[in-house]
Design a protein. Sequence first.
Length: 759
Amino acid sequence: MKERLYRYYPEDFGRLNFRVLHMDLDFDVFDDHTVVISHLFLKNIDAPADKISLNCRDLEILSVSAPNFEKYDYRQKDAYLDIYFNAPIQRNEKIEIITKTICRPTKNLLEGLYYDETPAGAPPQQITQCQQWGFQRIVPCIDDMNAKCTYRTTIRADSRYTNIITNGDITVPRKTVSKSSITSKTSITSATSIASAASITSAVSTISIDSEAVLSRDEIVYENMKTPMAPYLFFLGVGTYDIYTREFEYPDDHCFDLELLIPPGSDKNYAEQSLDILQDAAMWVYLFTGPESHKDVEIKRQIFDLIKLRDHLKHNLNSASINPENLNKTMGNLRAVRDKIAALSKGLTFGYKYTGTVYREIGMQNSDFGGMENVGNTTITTNRIMPSKNMLDGAFEYMADVKLHEYYHNINGSEVTGSSPFEIWLNEAVTVLIENQFHAYFFGEEYTRLQTILSLYAPVSGTFALDSSASSMPILPEGFNDPNDLITSVTYVKAPEFVQMVETLIGKGAFSRGLDAYHRKYSHKNARTFDWIHEMEVVSGKQLMRMSNSWLYQTGYPTLSVSKTYNAAAGEFRMKLVQNIPYTKQSWQFPFSYALCDRKGRVIHEDVYFVSHREEEIVLSDVDQPAFVSLNRNGSFYGKIETDADPKELRIQAKKDKDIISRWLAFYKLTDMEKKYLLLRRNADASSEYTDLYHELLCDHSLLEMTGGLFLTLFESVDDEEYAHHYKELYNVRLRLQTAIAKANENSLKIIYDDYSEA
């Protein structure tokens, strides 16, 4: 038996003995506890069994029953409820287990049912967080990612809650089912309620009374029957919110509701803007993902813009101030726009289409995560669910990204779910790739990609730095101790870079078809890492397994040394590639994009070369001598480049390279050389060549329009390990560089500042 260095290994997540078919859940929610009655429907898919063990953590057991039930044993330390039978459950036999338990919300453990921030005068706000094993803190269950099933959920709670919610669609609308009296002087919250198909919208006020008060309880029933759901995606919430609802309409007229639940008193304009962004995200996923996401992009852009116009006209139709003349005109325009959308959409293949009646975003104050997808209900940290007057650019971009990210999990994570926590990377990496494409659509390809590259190179906290540390784990680790160990930049940055390398290697068309095939084949099922890779191989016809093994099972990244020679007489260009990696590691395989360019940045020759060995050579015949070579264009592989380019060549490239990432890498290299020069010469001034280059780039309006200030980022670091930890000196070097740039270009910088201030 091997020594267990970790608590969990892949073999701990094998095939289940019982298939979960369905759960009927009944929640009676009170301020300090919840009574849960569960009807768990199972099917034995293995050998006859005389007991079943359910995950059950920190619950109070009131009763257990089942056909042929003998006894139960609650092993609290191990968090298992063992249920024994008088006669074995036979293979293919179905069984119903009924449990009645109590769970208690917590203030500090943000898993299972816990308290969120409660608005003044309202009953306690309670929400759930189940990833990865929080469901067993709510009800006895098989708390496994493979235990996907349908749900019917009944909830009873204080009538003062504006919202009583869980997964699925409402099948029995909310109604008052009981009332009780209190006789002491009490402050209570009165809610004037208007029932809707999706929620209860309330005008909330607090009143104080001396006489007998009546507290009532409401009941509502949901069914989640369309998308069998893994337990970690279960959500339940009772709370007091401001509620904003908007109809979402697809090009084919199919509709569902978008709903935003935010703290009472939130700014209405910001709430509407938040819904605008969510609406854009859901529509973008439909139009720009799917098996033909790479096709007809311009037509899809036209459709997207027309849909914005259609929704604007719909809003005008609902305006109370519209007069009869404008009403007829608006209706005519709306019909014309819908006809145009239908005509453009004809024959096109689109992406994911939401299957529920309501998609809801819920502001949460207390969480381990910025956002968490739950089928039909996404929780997002309250300060990132909508814009605010103090929100900076980065926070605004995160807000837009997290809305898209969690929504796309409806297909990649919910409809298709990983088989174990070891597949969290797959749920997240593909979703991050789609999120980046969404970000690029609205903020620009160059800006989005450069932002990611900067996150790789950032000192100390950057992915390269973290991936080089002793505590780094590979994308597919040998084991883990807690699921949160897997929520790292390796999962959310390195893994998406691996997915993007696959896309670069097989092409966007094959990638989108492969991803669609994966989603269709494993819809409502679970998938493993190599199921995804297999689908990509089948569609593309390329062998990806060896490449995948090196990236999935190794920590770190390749550093590629590139040296080049040019034979003018023969017109021959040679480029030698050497991977600088320990011989204890397998050589990496990756796509390497490069281009030979002239002094004006025009491409002489470009290609994507598949690197598969430690040492390789690229030989090109009958080509002109390049002024510079653009390497790792668009960040084609996750790793670093060491080049023999001299400063003169790098300066030309930093000014003229048409690829923003290679251009930035040239500037980064020059900056690194300048910082090292100043480290070694404490009294020296920054070179005029560098300060002039920086100023010239700062004056390049088209560059800053593409990248904002990202391109001119000056890290307080150098690549040379000998000086990497000279933190104070590196801080001073950055100040010396900035001071030198300011002194040399004072008047120009003031003009630039004034121009951008006016803009």
